[in-house]
Design a protein. Structure first.
Length: 199
């Protein structure tokens, strides 16, 4: 009896810690498309800060893939520049534009991520941040992944998931989604992790 009474207070102290394991909160995530393009977008925001990823597809990954990080205004709007590109819009409004240095303009739309798996993923590797967008990207209702690897030397390549996305549940996504990078002279496996807060 004495041992049981001694253990109860100890267990009471440990339970909140155990309950928190594997339960790290995610910042609100958004997923969408760039209109008239094969590019997709994803974003996370919290406490007035935003990380936004434009991920080009098979025809545009080397041109349209860009990261943006910055502040949101009090009304939720933002205008962020990076390497001559300007991202303007509002997550609350679900739309905006991506303007290039040569005058090109691309409209984008997004909406809150529809599941705990959908959202923005990344990994810092080879001097650059590889990114991936996960969600219903083709309108069929199936979860898919579109990502772009990059290097500090300005090289780009698309990434493909190693396991079927139909098999990626919350527990897999929490540990990170394994992807493959392949191009002439390069074959590499990476694990993209959920972006849980703006950086």
């Amino acid at each position: 009896m004495r041992k049981a009474r001694t253990l109860l207070p100890t267990l009471a102290l440990l339970l909140p810690l155990l309950a928190g394991c594997g339960d790290e909160p995610n910042a609100p995530a958004f997923v969408g498309q760039v209109q008239s393009s094969d590019a997709v977008v994803a974003a996370v925001h919290a406490d007035g800060q935003l990380s936004f990823y434009v991920c080009g597809g098979a025809q545009s990954y080397a041109h349209l893939t860009h990261w943006f990080s910055g502040a949101e205004a009090a009304d939720g709007s933002f205008q962020i520049e990076n390497a001559g590109w300007t991202l303007t819009g509002s997550l609350a409004g679900g739309s905006g534009t991506l303007d290039g240095p040569d005058g090109e303009t691309h409209a984008w739309n997004l909406a809150p991520a529809p599941s705990d798996v959908a959202g923005l993923y990344s990994i810092q590797n080879d001097g650059c941040r590889t990114g991936a967008v996960v969600g219903n990207l083709d309108g069929t209702g199936a979860t898919s992944l579109q990502g772009t690897w990059c290097s500090g030397e300005g090289k780009f390549a698309q990434v493909t998931p190693i396991i079927p996305m139909a098999n990626v549940d919350v527990s897999v996504a929490y540990d990170g989604i394994p992807v493959l990078v392949e191009q002439p002279g390069l074959s590499r496996r990476l694990t993209v992790e959920r972006v849980r807060a703006p950086f």
